[in-house]
Design a protein around this ligand. Sequence first.
Ligand code: SAM
Length: 261
Amino acid sequence: TSFGFKEVREEEKSQMVGNVFSSVASNYDLMNDFMSGGLHRLWKDRLVSKLNPFPGMKHLDVAGGTGDVSFRILETINNIKRRAIQDVLEDDLMEETRIYVCDINPNMLNVGQSRALEKGLGKDKSLVWVEGDAEALRFEDGTMDGYTIAFGIRNVTHIEKVLAEAYRVLKRGGRFLCLELSHVEVPLFKELYDYYSFSVIPAIGEMVAGDRDSYQYLVESIRRFPPQAKFASMIADAGFQKVEYENLVGGVVAIHSGLKI
Ligand code: SAM
């Protein structure tokens, strides 16, 4: 295989992904900062600003992990609420706000719930933690105003199923947004980035989480993920309109979006 790494068969894939997130659930956020040099915070901010959250919205954050994206959405809505003149009306709206953090791994959700407590969001009824699979969501058709998936779709077994489910649960007018590690399209920077990902990231994984193989696998999975244009066409095939993407840092990360019309 490329770079001499062992091939991972499909049935091993979900187990591998499970291992990686169980082994790092507790220091997952530290790892994110380490690997991205803190940039993942800016990328998530960008994702949420594209979503344009509003009080009263129903939102589903799939592969939500420890709640990073959902906290940002809720904080944005809380800020809108603080600025609002008609507090009574806004209180009513907040009652209706629901941000579902859905993840297949209960360890991640547990860490997320502790983080919510630390942030003073523990009693916020708007935040709902749900264990579930992106490929078979337990939500009704046409119930969500927004859907986000950040650094989650790359590791699922069937991307098409995830996209079909996203389309199903969204209301008409609802927005799909996906933040994912993607393909660098700038020469020279691409070579540097390959070196960083194939040499530096597994080394950091070994140092911090004591787990080189899993991080090597994650790097390989970035390689295998469809390039930006191909992924955009998969989103359109799922039924979404106005599909577009934005590259950040030359394509290290891309934000894809689509509308259900
Ligand atoms: N979105 C969070 C963030 O950006 O910090 C977490 C991203 S983390 C890299 C990927 C998450 O996807 C993990 O928490 C993992 O448990 C979850 N995951 C993997 N496969 C999944 C699936 N089929 N359905 C739901 N979640 C899944």
